[in-house]
Design a protein around this ligand. Structure first.
Ligand code: PGA
Length: 262
């Protein structure tokens, strides 16, 4: 696979990114196993960036164990800086915990917690204000996919979810077809490239060409060691957001190695 990827050298911000989203899984033992794996992996952030998103109670221990080898993300944040929001966590708190990134608008939150594009926009604004880089998830449901409403759904989520402040700062976009998450199903590489091209074209129009072309756009949904290269080598795919396979240190390490081999 090495050498197949043609990175756009005029946009150096675009380099491979692997994000492991543990969702509501994991424990301290798993954190230890990942720290051991991280120590064995290449550690040159120039060629690829690896980010772990464990549940909040494990952020601190993950940060200490990773000791800067990989970056840290939270899986969500609140849109307010502080306040009477029992159970919620602000972007500023996450920044203080050592997070550099926060996942926002994951389909599980949109569907299970009723998060709207307006919530997503508020969360991205809060993340940017706290100095975090948001990883904004977008994607169509199976019904939208079957009705050939994928492009319109993606454009609508981007249009309504991106705050105007995002033009000044980095927002990573993660394209995750809802029907591919945790299902073992994936779109074909051609379909993924088409969607990423569509997303990038939208960003170039919505922001400007320089910013749209520089944006990192990840693919997520049933990414595994044996299919990751199919996605990572696509022209407009800058990395992957991994759920299930990120809970297995060996599988995740294989995915990380694929990113560094590009
Ligand atoms: P999956 O999850 O890799 O288990 O499909 C991806 C995600 O939800 O980000």
């Amino acid at each position: 696979m090495s050498g197949q990827k043609q990175w756009p050298t005029q946009y150096p911000a675009r380099r491979a990114m692997v994000v492991g989203n543990w969702k509501m899984h994991g424990d301290v033992a798993l954190t230890r196993a990942f720290a051991a794996e991280a120590a064995r992996q290449p550690n040159t952030r120039d060629s690829a960036e690896v980010i772990l998103a464990p549940p909040v109670p494990f952020l601190d221990i993950t940060r200490n164990m990773l000791s800067g080898m990989w970056s840290l993300a939270a899986q969500d944040c609140h849109w307010a800086q502080s306040g009477a929001y029992t159970g919620e966590i602000s972007a500023e708190m996450l920044a203080e915990f050592g997070c550099g990134y926060v996942i926002v608008g994951h389909s599980e939150r949109r569907i299970l917690m009723g998060e709207t594009d307006e919530y997503v926009q508020g969360k991205i604004e809060a993340a940017l204000a706290a100095g975090l880089t948001p990883i904004m998830c977008i994607g169509e449901t199976l019904a939208q996919h079957q009705a050939q409403e994928t492009f319109i759904t993606l454009a609508s989520q981007l249009y309504h979810g991106l705050p105007s402040s995002a033009v000044q700062r980095e927002v990573v976009i993660a394209y995750e077809p809802v029907w591919a998450i945790g299902s073992g199903l994936t779109p074909t590489p051609e379909e993924v490239q088409d969607c990423h091209d569509h997303i990038r074209t939208f960003l170039c129009t919505h922001w400007n060409a320089q910013k749209g072309e520089s944006a990192r756009v990840l693919y997520g949904g049933s990414v595994k060691p044996d299919n990751v290269a199919d996605f990572l080598t696509l022209a407009d795919v800058d990395g992957v957001l991994v759920g299930g396979a990120s809970l297995d240190p060996t599988a995740f390490a294989d995915i990380v190695r694929s990113a560094f081999a590009l």
